[in-house]
Design a protein around this ligand. Structure first.
Ligand code: HEC
Length: 468
């Protein structure tokens, strides 16, 4: 095993394969050859820096050798954990031995990259030649979606240091758009308005966030507020009333949760920000012991003016069951089914459980009788991730498919996110209650649209009929 891994490493460094066999024999020498500047920094810059850079959400930067060196042991531990381990870094819990593996903006490490990091640590965490060190442009890398076309900042609010959780609305914040535009990708950030540099210098302050989640949605007019249809459908989505009838009407609407990655739509889907629109923020906040003044930045990557969407009919599945019975001090598995009465194109995998949630699998039971696992992922309620499929890998599901969702709950002392494992848990909005949501977004297709998508997919493929 060990020498195999080293052979792979050596080959990855560009040494001809024949030589690699010879070089791999003195094992420690190969590990010492791995350096930060040449081998490790490029991995950290791609997969860690987004959070591990000054001013971002992680407690320490991993940009430079000086930043990263003290964390070497801990880094080795965090990156080497199993795919679905909720403490794994980077936070991305898709199981790699089953289901779809093509995702947009996937920061996860390949086994070779994990082996490189482990060899770097085992070899004494060497710096290497400074000339090999790659550049990292903090300004260009500020957002993972690239340079935004539009940033909308919510109004700001001061939350007292000690207060109950608050559920309410901020907004609307005007988008300032004078023509209708469509969203390609969107990313959110909680912004803290600290008073003075002394406050700013308090280590760790920025790592306590007050926004638990926000339903962020476009309202047709920047001055509009109240219960428009659009608001009602957003509330449905947040509350879990499965809004499958296209009640989104194509307007921008995202449930953003702490620790969530950017949302990237397929180019075919029109997600509209109308001219003169505003954004409303339906918040759940949690006080953090000190008064906190905050707002939310919403960064948009927009399609060019004149873009015509192919589809506008997207929705989420929402809560699959309210019937949760999760006893204390036990692990529990709950299954739920979602029969699809229309064909659909599944855009992402978004498990949504609560603090005791540990894992979710999504399977498709096709009308033909064939059954297939779409994805399985670990779950950490501090990292509510959305796994966006590459366009050509997004599951195209025929009418009559039944989605089967299996959720694992670990309501024991072994789960650090559970406040008191003696407690029974049922369905509820608080993180200490539980949920079984599939927040995945789907484009509902007519029979004709499904047929056209199916034909386009089948081009160049040998499609065999499964007759079992
Ligand atoms: C999406 C944001 C994000 C990404 C990407 C990310 N981290 Fe983290 N990391 C965090 C946050 C936030 C924490 C602190 C809270 C926690 O542990 O969950 C953390 C904690 C850690 C810790 C534990 C520190 C300790 O206290 O011991 C290590 C080690 C670490 N990260 C390494 C990495 C490495 C290496 C990568 C890339 C391969 C990476 N992280 C990618 C956000 C991130």
């Amino acid at each position: 095993m060990r020498s195999n891994r080293l052979i792979k490493l050596v080959v990855a460094f560009g040494v001809p394969a024949a030589m690699a066999l010879v070089l791999a024999l003195p094992a420690p020498a190969a590990a010492e050859d791995v350096t930060f500047t040449r081998d490790v920094a490029p991995i950290f810059h791609r997969s860690c820096a987004n959070c591990h850079k000054p001013g971002s959400i992680a407690p320490m930067s991993l940009l430079s050798y000086e930043d990263a060196r003290p964390w070497a042991r801990s880094i080795r531990d965090k990156v080497s954990r199993p795919d679905d381990d909720p403490e794994r870094m980077p936070p991305w819990f898709i199981e790699k031995n089953v289901g779809i593996q093509k995702f947009k903006d996937d920061p996860s490490l390949t086994p070779d990259e994990v082996a490189t990091i482990a060899a770097w640590v085992d070899g004494g965490a060497q710096r290497g030649d400074p000339a090999h060190m790659p550049e990292y442009n903090l300004e260009a890398e500020e957002w993972t979606i690239g340079t935004p076309d539009l940033i909308v900042r919510s109004p700001s609010m001061t939350l007292p240091g000690v207060a109950p959780d608050w559920y309410g609305r901020m907004g609307p914040a005007p988008t300032g758009l004078t023509t209708d535009r469509y969203v390609k990708a969107v990313e959110f950030r909680e912004v803290r308005h600290l008073e003075g540099e002394a406050e700013r210098a308090k280590e760790g302050d920025l790592n306590y966030f007050v926004v638990h989640h926000a339903v962020v949605m476009a309202t047709p007019g920047a001055a509009a507020d109240g219960d428009s249809d659009q608001d009602a459908s957003a509330a449905d989505a947040a509350e879990g009333t499965a809004s499958v009838e296209g009640r989104y009407r194509g307007l921008f609407n995202v449930v953003w949760e702490l620790g969530q990655n950017a949302t990237i739509y397929p180019d075919t889907l029109g997600v509209k920000l109308p001219a003169g629109s505003g954004l409303n923020f339906d918040l759940h906040t949690h006080s953090i012991g000190t008064d906190a003044t905050f707002s939310i930045d919403v960064a948009f990557d927009l399609h060019p003016e004149g873009y015509e969407p192919k589809y506008t009919n997207a929705a989420t599945f929402g809560s699959l069951t309210y019937d949760l019975d999760i006893p204390g001090n036990k692990e529990t598995v709950i299954e739920a089914m979602y029969p699809m009465d229309k064909a659909g194109l599944l855009l992402n995998f978004e498990p949504h459980l609560h603090s005791s949630g540990r894992r979710m699998c999504l399977e498709a039971l096709y009308p033909s009788g064939y059954q297939e696992t779409i994805n399985c992922a670990g779950y950490n309620h501090n990292w509510v991730k959305v796994y966006h499929y590459e366009d050509d890998a997004a599951p195209l599901l025929p009418k009559g498919t039944v989605l089967k969702v299996t959720a694992w709950y670990d309501n024991t002392a072994g789960n650090p996110r559970v406040a008191d494992p003696r407690n029974w848990k049922g369905w509820g909005s608080r993180s200490i209650d539980d949920m079984l949501f599939l927040l995945s977004r789907v484009i509902w297709l007519t029979d004709e649209e499904y047929e056209a998508e199916y034909q386009a997919r089948s081009k160049g493929l040998t499609v065999t009929q499964n007759n079992n």
